[in-house]
Design a protein around this ligand. Structure first.
Ligand SMILES: [Zn+2]
Length: 324
């Protein structure tokens, strides 16, 4: 993981102050570390490393021409092979920390918004977070994007340009989705620490494209179910507090499409702290000394929409992500 950590540290250097604000005490003993290191990859990881049969034609199409272009040149500075070949759902770690993530999705047709109440809660509680905007969201919310970029407790991830289903578009378009947004985030004086594919739709080709931008592909293992507002705050609180564990990555939305999140967040923050869990950014989580990334379940078409009462715990098993 050395090269991965190096790449991540480069990516995260603008955000070092966002790390471990609320990490709490952690000192895994040597025996436990050795035990963790000896642990074989679980079935999900093995599945992700196996040929992605389900990816079918789109995988082939995306892989079709990996010969030239700036993407390959970028690989020279940090070998893409150093990053996991799968989308990360969480990390295995003994560190008692979780990462809260907030997607800011917008498409060409739908700008969506910015949930300032969520921003205010996070700022007040001094919670380091990772925000994954689409490039389109930044373009349609320039003032809010600059405000986010001005916060030392916020780090950025790349959520594509127009919320494209990355596995279903030509490779050239997929590269453009990532690069265009990276340039837009760069104009904010930031660099992404990870790529989060819209809808959770990923295959190995998508992961490789992101890796060539030195971006690990990061999904989630705890689904707040906040998008669309169909899940009441009480349910979100219960699910999140029941499922979060050390190394978890939690997904929420800050684009105005999750009306109950501001209501649920204070209880979630309090509840996680009561469980002895602190908060770190995604880049900090991935750099925990004993961190072992765990694969999300392969989902070349994306995950099904979350339905009330149908929530499951498996990494990436279902998705709260709406179409926009
Ligand atoms: Zn999204």
């Amino acid at each position: 993981m050395g090269a991965l950590l190096f790449a991540l540290s480069l990516a995260a250097q603008a955000d070092t102050r966002a790390s471990a604000v609320d990490a709490g005490a952690r000192a895994p003993d040597a025996a436990a570390r050795a035990r963790d290191a000896a642990r074989a990859p679980d079935a999900a990881v093995r599945a992700a490393r196996a040929p992605d049969a389900a990816a079918g034609t789109s995988d082939t199409a995306v892989q079709g021409s990996e010969a030239a272009g700036p993407v390959c040149e970028a690989a020279a500075s940090a070998p893409a092979s150093a990053l996991p070949g799968f989308a990360i759902a969480r990390v295995r770690t003994r560190a008692p920390v979780v990462a809260l993530t907030f997607d800011a999705c917008a498409t060409m047709k739908q700008d969506n918004g910015f949930d300032r109440a969520i921003f205010d809660i996070l700022k007040r509680e001094r919670i380091p977070v990772t925000v994954f905007p689409t490039g389109r969201w930044v373009e349609t919310h320039p003032a809010e994007a600059r405000e986010l970029a001005a916060q030392n407790w916020v780090e950025f991830g790349n959520h594509s340009y127009s919320h494209a289903r990355m596995t279903r578009i030509p490779r050239r378009k997929a590269v453009e989705q990532i690069e265009r947004t990276e340039a837009i985030i760069g104009n904010l004086g930031r660099k992404s620490v990870a790529f989060r594919p819209p809808f959770g739709a990923w295959n190995r080709a998508v992961v490789r494209l992101a890796a060539r931008q030195q971006l690990p592909t990061v999904e989630w293992d705890v689904i707040s179910g906040d998008a669309g507002g169909r899940i009441p705050a009480s349910r979100t609180i219960a699910v999140v507090l029941a499922q979060a564990r050390p190394g978890s990555i939690l997904i929420f939305h800050i684009n105005g499409r999750a009306p109950h999140t501001k209501e649920a967040l204070p209880d979630i923050i309090r509840g996680l702290r009561d469980k002895g869990l602190g908060f770190v950014s995604v880049s900090t989580l991935l750099q925990e000394p004993d961190a072992q990334p765990a694969s999300a379940r392969p989902a070349p078409f994306g995950y099904r929409p979350l339905r009330h009462g149908k929530q499951r715990t498996a990494e990436g098993d279902v998705d709260a992500h709406p179409p926009s």
